[in-house]
Write a protein that binds this ligand. Sequence first.
Ligand code: GTP
Length: 335
Amino acid sequence: MAVGILLVGGFGTRLMPLTRHTPKPMLPVAGLPVTQHQLAMARNAGITTVVLATSYLSEVFIPYFGDGSKFGMKLLYAVEKEPLGTGGAIRNAADLLGRDESIVIFNGDVLSSHNLRGQIDFHDKNSADVTLHLTQVDDARAYGCVPMDSNGRVTAFLEKMENPPTNTINAGCYVFSPSVIDEIAPNTVVSIERETFPHLVSSGKKVFGYLDQSYWLDIGTPKALMQGSRDLVSGVADALALRDAKVLSHSPQSVVMDGAKIDTSATISGASAIGPGSIIGAGVHIDGSIIGSDVVIGEGATITDSFIASGTHIEKNSQISGSYCEKGEISLLNL
Ligand code: GTP
């Protein structure tokens, strides 16, 4: 069996202003925080102990997830006073875990339906030091790419470039053999992608790639976050977490969470998500949008391709499109 570390401490600058008061992994997609979808995926693969490696806005995770028992898991928290980077965060969080099981690391901003159990089995079969989930994209120029040999062994980690030699990229989920964790320096800012992985490859460690082309999305920008939510609602992506959550209704057009009240004359379409406790007034039209929890939308309003932060009140007859709304503020999103 394996245990997990979820990296949830980044600033999420590309998602500003959505991340001003809410860390990226706590933003709602399909009615639940991104992290909750990831935990459901981990549990489905048999991982029931996970450390949340937090830093930015660390205080919001414990009140929601607690000790994990309501999700059928054991959750632990490693808090970095100053962000330690992805590698430093892993090393720090691993101090809460033993060294007798493989450790699966998850970037906290990825929605993935890949076969995680298959990745762990592939790691074991190869007696690998590290096994990364890799996926292929049409255009790898925006990413660093990860070439492999014919046995699936990673040969290099290449930075972003104009002519990448392969379109295979790091998908942000890694299985580590426990001893390899201690190759990362403690209490030091380290990037796993730019420092640890290239070092492991050049020093001859067995680093393998597990290529799986299932649904995968990095939700690091507003456009991608909105897409990820729609994909979970419409069924394009696996929404395992919704199976166990308190859901009032769910169809490919919408998911409505427990305690929300929707006027019978309101229409909700385009794989929109309505958070718990939100009140949607008469004649409201919502399309392709994310509505947080305890939002009130006044009668006659139209909300299209927008993200309404939790606790926001929208005036009646408002017309909002392609925007982020939080309390009194509204800003256009780059969709
Ligand atoms: P941007 O600022 O928009 O690039 O987002 P980010 O801060 O989340 O950085 P990035 O997307 O590169 O991070 C990948 C994952 O690692 C995310 O889940 C982050 O939350 C997490 N992460 C990044 N840096 C740190 C860190 O210093 N500590 C911890 N605990 N997690 C981190």
